[in-house]
Each structure stands twice: as structure tokens, then as C-alpha cells.
Design a protein around this ligand. Structure first.
Ligand SMILES: [Zn+2]
Length: 323
């Protein structure tokens, strides 16, 4: 097993070796047909392709079918390097940087990175327990080149341009990050019920909605009133989630500069993946990301839909895509 980027490149010098690695990671318990899920398949065309043994299916496929690499013209080695850079670098890698690193256009690099984010997105809802902190933050709303008549006059107007993001973290554990259209009780409640164990102690700021939700659904709720200068109540605080926000903001504004609300959730997913796997080594984080590379993401789909905001509905795009 490689230990760093250089060893990765040496161990996967060409398309064939990359495919072999992908097969090992994807099919650890044997080849599975990507079309019907059948567990018996034939090897055909000199080990290059496979054929489903199910009489109802009989389809031919390669290891790339059903993954984010499907129908990509980019050599797999470039994909592997992109995956490695994106998962190993704490703040991620920008499309401009990746384009230079692996000799592709910025547009290609941008699309590759979004596919990688789709790959590392948590496919099952995480459940958080024990001490859980929840908080909200706002991203975007960049007004740099906007005409002065269109710029926000007040802070409230500026906040309206921004995208609210909920963050929930288990102390010393994993984080869930969800961009939303509206930061209201209904959205907060459904997110909390989805991700927080009812026996957990939930720590939030002094927002009234959290007090109502906390009292209704969870064993204990603690609100920390930052405006009144409180930072700890009976030993409970929201430091973990605030540290996470500062990391996410450094990444979004430092590496990506500007993220449109349409794609914000993908950056959140990327950051959450790295954060949630922070205790393992770079090569392990890379390998787990490769094992989860199922799910094709088409360019048109990426451009036209804000699918990642899911149940929170479609959100109007603000800012640009220069990220
Ligand atoms: Zn099949």
C-alpha cells in the first residue's frame, strides 16, 4: 500500500493498474453487477470487461460503470491524483490549482472536484449522541463587483443574500453540515431529529427555536447566550462547532474564494468528509473515498440542479462559479 502521493503515482503508473486498484477497492467481496446487483459475473475480453451471469440481465460492464468515473475521458491516474490531493489537503484544493497540477483545463478540474465531492458525500444519515453541539453560520453573499444600487444597505439585507448552514457536531466525534434555504424551526427540527439521538445533551446558542425543539425532543438542552457574554454553562459550550466553522470558512474563502449557494452543500460535504476522517491516515482517507465512489454525476445535472439542498427546496443562485 502506498504511503504518500509519490508512492501512489509509482504504484499506479497507467490505466490498467488504476483499474486494478479500483476493482480491488470496489469489489472486496467479489464482482457485483452494477446494473442488477447480481453476484455472479464472467470475466471477458482478456480481463478487461465483465458480463453479468443473470439470465435477465446479461449486461457487459467495466469497473467504471456506476461510479463517478463513468464516461470520463480523463485518464484514471489523474483522477487518483485529484482524489488524493482533495482528500489529503486539510483545506482542499481549488480547481485552478488542480488544473495546473494534473494538466487539465480549469473547467475540467472544477467538474472533477464536484464529482469527487459527490463521491465522498455521506450516503447514510449520521447519528450523533452524548454531547452534541448545534449552531448556524452564513456563507456567500459576496457583493464585490455588484452595482452600488444593488448592494445591501444593512446587515440584515446582507444576511438575506447569504446561505444559512446548520452544523451539528458530537463532541470529539463527527459533524453533519447542511445548507438550507431558510433557517427556521421547521428545518432545524427535521434536521435535528434525523441526526441527533434523543438521549443526547444538545448545546446551542440562545435562539428560541432551539429551546422549544430541545425541550420537546431531547433528554437535555443547554443554551449558551453569547450575546450576554456566556461561553460556558455548567461546563457545556459550543466550541467544537465554532472551530469547525472557522475551518470551513478558511477553506471556502481561502482556497475557493467564492462559492455559489447552488454548490455550497458540496463544499460542506467535502469538508465534513475530511473532518470526520481526521483521525486516520491520508492514504486510508483516500482509499475509503475511492471505495465510496459510486454515483454518477452528470455535468448537466450539476449545472442545472441544486439537488444537494434536497428537502429544503431549490435555492436561488447567488455569486458566481469562480471556485
Ligand atoms: Zn446484471
Amino acid at each position: 500500500m502506498f504511503k504518500n502521493l509519490q508512492e501512489l503515482i509509482t504504484s499506479m503508473p497507467d490505466e490498467k493498474s488504476c483499474k486494478k486498484f479500483l476493482e480491488q477497492q470496489r469489489w472486496q467481496n467479489g464482482i457485483v453487477c452494477p446494473y442488477c446487483g447480481h453476484g455472479k459475473c464472467y470475466i471477458i475480453e482478456n480481463n478487461n470487461r465483465y458480463k453479468c451471469a443473470s439470465k435477465d440481465c446479461y449486461k457487459r460492464f467495466t469497473v467504471l460503470v456506476g461510479t463517478i468515473f463513468e464516461a470520463s475521458k480523463i485518464p484514471l491516474q489523474k483522477w487518483m491524483i485529484a482524489f488524493y490531493l482533495n482528500t489529503a489537503h486539510k483545506k482542499g484544493v481549488s480547481s485552478c490549482q488542480l488544473a495546473r497540477d494534473i494538466s487539465v483545463t480549469q473547467k475540467t478540474a472544477w467538474f472533477m472536484l464536484h464529482r469527487i465531492r459527490e463521491g465522498v458525500r455521506a450516503k447514510k444519515p449520521l447519528r450523533l449522541k452524548n454531547n452534541v453541539q448545534m449552531d448556524e453560520a452564513f456563507f456567500g453573499g459576496h457583493e464585490g463587483n455588484m452595482h452600488k444600487d444593488k448592494k445591501s444597505k444593512t446587515k440584515a439585507q446582507l444576511n438575506q443574500r447569504k446561505t444559512p448552514v446548520f452544523g451539528i457536531i458530537e463532541e470529539g466525534g463527527k459533524v453533519v453540515v447542511q445548507a438550507t434555504k431558510w433557517m427556521n424551526k421547521r428545518n432545524a427540527e427535521s434536521l435535528m431529529l434525523k441526526h441527533i439521538d434523543k438521549d443526547a445533551t444538545v448545546v446551542t446558542d440562545a435562539f428560541t427555536m432551539y429551546k422549544i425543539i430541545g425541550a420537546k425532543h431531547f433528554k437535555k438542552h443547554v443554551s449558551v447566550n453569547h450575546i450576554q457574554g456566556e461561553f460556558k454553562v455548567d461546563g457545556f459550550h459550543t466550541n467544537s462547532i465554532e472551530n469547525f466553522w472557522s475551518q470551513l470558512k478558511r477553506s471556502v474563502y481561502g482556497i475557493y474564494h467564492q462559492v455559489s449557494s447552488k454548490h455550497l452543500q458540496r463544499y460542506c460535504d467535502e469538508m465534513a468528509y475530511r473532518f470526520n476522517s481526521r483521525k486516520i491516515r491520508d492514504n486510508e482517507r483516500f482509499t475509503i473515498a475511492i471505495q465510496n465512489c459510486n454515483g454518477r454525476l452528470r455535468y448537466n445535472h450539476l449545472i442545472n440542479n441544486s439537488l444537494t439542498l434536497g428537502e429544503y427546496g431549490k435555492i436561488k443562485e447567488i455569486g458566481n462559479q469562480e471556485d
